[in-house]
Design a protein around this ligand. Structure first.
Ligand SMILES: *Cc1c(COP(=O)(O)O)cnc(C)c1O
Length: 471
């Protein structure tokens, strides 16, 4: 399997090279030159597999330059009961007769990002050892991504992690999760500023070509192909768990921000998984909802992005969206370049002539949920089923209910556990003891390791230079 760029101007590459990449050199996103299509016999066989067997069957179609035994070992080491709390890894629970949850948040940091990041951590370590290289991961986080990356990369050979977060802006639980790690290769940096300031520092360091090369800087952001790939697996697993034969169809609803998670569902559907509709749930930041309703894509600046109570979806320029547009435009890299250069220049684009394909051929629909919807949904689901769902998952449930058709079964992706967003849960249902997995009991009382720095990229660069041997 070779990889190409959505902009059509990057030489073909192998999986191991793409794995360590951010953007392609031509500014596009890397993806496989074809999405393999699964026949019925294979699908029937896959239904019988365990999570790790299924992950191997799927990932081995894409990671063809990793020897099978090595890949199997990587996968077996990643998806364990010890890390994900059950043999099913991503269990499906029926909360209503026609609405199920695909539980993606039982990993170390209680959000779905662990599903991909844990795989990425092991795959990075493996590929770096093979190539004899080192990597310095720098990142900015307002919560979920940074902690998932740190828990995936802690203690890994040849990898140092410098994670910036806005000082005093994360929840107590999120701070405790990240700052209590005492691994030598994990460096928490609290910046006196906002999330955007942290992101600007990452950008400034990345753009300093000499510095970037000297310290082998890399990122683990959501455009990474390895993350999307690992996420494809649980749509197959979830479909098998939600149905009793491959003659059935279900729809999935995915709380979306950067379009990574639902992009994986889209690829699973392209591979022949019998998914009916792909329902994109947005919060008040509803650029994608607008696109799927009208065909008009009008991304907004960060100044025009609302801070909401489903913060991991506060995104107005979805970085993985380009992967779907590439497919929608029948893989016309030149046209994709043209459209996304318009986006870069602050405009958008109009694909309303493709609306029929978007809905019928690719199965996409979308909906929007607001703070009031979120609270009402958390309360309603708790009152009716005794189950607490987190604010992002609540956006998914709300939108699923809005668009659901007669007889349609919808599987909603549970993207985080409620304990991570205690304030919003309390606002919805009042004070109550929230369930918390054993490994997170008492983390707020552990010593914390974090360096507080002024909002200045130079200070972060100095810290990196102090800890990382130059190449
Ligand atoms: C990251 C995240 C999302 C959004 O996922 P995308 O892949 O960016 O669309 C939704 N919910 C939670 C809890 C998240 O952490």
């Amino acid at each position: 399997m070779h990889y190409i760029s959505t902009r059509g101007n990057t030489p073909k590459m192998q999986f191991s090279d793409v794995l360590l990449m951010g953007l392609a050199p031509d500014g596009g996103l890397m993806l496989p030159e074809v999405y393999p299509v699964i026949d019925r016999a294979t699908l029937d066989h896959w239904r019988t597999l365990s999570y790790t067997e299924l992950a191997f069957a799927i990932i081995s179609l894409f990671a063809t330059d990793i020897p099978a035994d090595d890949l199997r070992a990587l996968i077996d080491k990643t998806y364990t009961k010890a890390t994900f709390n059950s043999d099913e890894i991503t269990p499906v629970s029926k909360i209503y007769d026609d609405l199920y949850l695909l539980e993606l948040s039982n990993g170390p940091t209680l959000a779905f990002k662990d599903m991909a990041m844990q795989f990425l951590g092991n795959a990075f370590e493996y590929v770096l050892a093979k190539k004899g290289e080192r990597l310095t991961i720098i990142g900015a986080t307002s919560g979920d991504t940074g902690s998932a990356a740190e828990y995936a990369l802690r203690g890994k050979a040849n990898i140092e992690v410098f994670m910036m977060s806005p000082h005093g802006k994360m929840s107590e639980f999120q701070r405790a999760q990240m700052y209590s790690l005492d691994d030598k290769n994990i460096h928490n940096i609290a910046i006196e500023g906002m999330f955007d300031d942290c992101q600007d520092i990452v950008k400034a360091l990345q753009e300093d070509k000499a510095f970037k090369q000297k310290y082998s800087l890399g990122t683990v952001n959501s455009i990474n192909w390895g993350r999307i790939l690992a996420q494809i697996v649980y749509y197959f697993k979830g479909y098998f768990a939600a149905t009793s034969s491959n003659d059935e169809k279900v729809s999935v609803c995915v709380p979306s921000g950067n379009f990574g998670n639902v992009c994986a569902a889209h690829i699973a559907r392209m591979m022949g998984l019998p998914l009916n509709r792909l329902i994109v749930a947005t919060n008040e930041n509803d650029v994608l909802n607008e696109f799927f309703a009208t065909g008009n894509y009008a991304p907004r600046t960060s100044a025009n992005t609302y801070v909401t109570s489903s913060p991991s979806m506060d995104i107005s320029k979805a970085s993985n969206f380009e992967r779907f547009i590439f497919t929608l435009l029948e893989r016309d890299g030149e046209k994709v370049s043209e459209l996304f250069n318009q986006v870069k220049a602050g405009a958008g684009f109009d694909l309303s002539d493709k609306l029929a394909d978007i809905h019928e051929k690719y199965g996409f629909v979308a909906g929007k949920s607001t703070h009031a919807d979120r609270l009402a949904t958390i309360k309603k689901v708790h009152d009716e089923t005794k189950r607490l769902i987190d604010p992002h998952t609540a956006d998914g449930v709300k939108v699923a209910r809005d668009v659901q058709q007669a007889g349609e079964i919808i599987v909603v992706a549970e993207t985080a556990l409620p304990i991570k967003f205690k304030d919003t849960i309390t606002e919805a249902v009042g004070e109550m003891d929230l369930p918390r997995p054993a490994h997170t009991v008492g983390i707020e009382d552990k010593p914390q390791f974090v360096t507080v720095l002024d909002n200045d990229a130079k200070l972060v660069a100095d810290l990196i230079a102090k800890h990382v041997r130059a190449a």
